[in-house]
Design a protein around this ligand. Structure first.
Ligand code: CMP
Length: 155
């Protein structure tokens, strides 16, 4: 299935100067970039983005993480894009993320749990985990006019 999905390079990734290297990995895998936006988000959007985690111990620190600097929002398309991107990102927990994944290669210990944000996991990127969350998150972060028409790519 051809899918459009949402990726957020979170402020920890932006501050470490990893936007280019992260985007490179999606491009290299043949995913098509159809939207991109650097955003200092509002608290309202950050809370909506993570609403499924409301009530969990790490909800507030997670929202604070998104408010700690700009994020890069990406809209990407491709065959099985949701699954492929989650594979490229690697495990949520950087300790178990495989080498060769974004989190396995870059989210090394020492960066991954910020004491000032109550131990929230800094894992550089967020990606939608289902078609429903992809649509919800794309709508939350982008306006319809932000997307380009899909275009042919060549690798
Ligand atoms: P993300 O893919 O953005 O979705 C939810 C985020 O919550 C996740 O990446 C991590 O940054 C963070 N997270 C998930 N589980 C935990 C946990 N047990 N403790 C702290 N932070 C977590």
């Amino acid at each position: 299935t051809w899918e459009r999905t949402f990726v957020l390079v979170k402020p920890d990734g932006v501050k470490r100067g990893l936007i280019g290297q992260i985007l490179h990995r999606y491009e290299r895998a043949g995913l098509v970039l159809v939207g991109a936006k650097l955003i200092s988000t509002s608290r309202e959007r950050a809370e909506k983005h993570y609403e499924e985690h409301k009530g969990k111990s790490f909800f507030e620190p997670l929202v604070d993480l998104l408010l700690s600097g700009p994020s890069m929002a990406l809209a990407l398309e491709g065959a099985h894009a949701i699954e492929v991107i989650r594979k490229i990102n690697g495990d949520t927990e950087p300790r178990t993320a495989q080498p060769g994944t974004i989190r396995g290669d870059f989210a090394h210990m020492g960066y991954t749990r910020s004491p000032e944000l109550k131990g929230v996991i800094n894992n550089l990127v967020h990606a939608s985990d289902s078609p429903e969350s992809a649509l919800r998150e794309l709508t939350l972060w982008f306006d319809e006019a932000d997307f380009v028409e899909p275009y042919p790519t060549c690798l």
